[in-house]
Write a protein that binds this ligand. Sequence first.
Ligand code: FES
Length: 263
Amino acid sequence: MNKLYRAEILSNKAVGRGYRRMKLKAEGIGKTAAPGQFVMLRVTRNLDPLLARPFGIFSTVSGNIIEIVYRIVGRGTILLSDAGPGDELFMLGPLGNGFPAVRKNAVPILVSGGSGFPPLYFLASKTRKRAVVLLGAKSEDCLPPKDVIGGFKKLSSQVRIATEDGSAGETGLITDLLADVLERRSMKGEPVVYACGPNAMLCAVSMIAQKAGIECYVSMEERMACGVGACMGCSIHMNMGGYSRACKEGPVFDSREIRWKQP
Ligand code: FES
């Protein structure tokens, strides 16, 4: 059940690689938030910028506190980075459907591209160290912050990193790592892929999973204006025809449901 909150910022710390980690206090939100859900946050107390921004929930610290981790990439996040402890922001959430619960006999393979890691971090925290985590980026400075990677290592059975330029981890695409993990099939249990990142990456991940006959859930990073299903700005073309809204029916979809535009 989502709610409009006046959320209090408890902290908003720089954590490296251009990211900030923000703790927000809002009565009861941590009790209802699930991995894969997001909040719409108005980045200032006034109406400029007019639209709230979507942020995937990174963790629940307690029943009343959630965390987001965001990269400073434009005016909205620059303004957000100026906010400090004690400031209050309007926040709507938790929104969206979230990832389906990880089954007992499944081995979750979490695939993150670029800054797509926050919802997967939350999911990893619910897998009792069963997850295999694959983190990919163009280069080392585009990877998640070091303390986030350290957190993934504590929450997972295995973490592998790939960068396209070879500046950290293995050289290549995140999809190369996924193909390698699925080929080896050394895990005990049925692999299920959960992915978040740029659409081209999600499309490639989806194709690999389909070829291997493996379930795959993708969290779509569409631009969102309202976040509540009213504007149709986040529409996604579906395989059965018609459109679904990333903010309302998603952001998580079974990858087979999406009509991918293959590059
Ligand atoms: Fe408006 Fe999804 S953002 S319908």
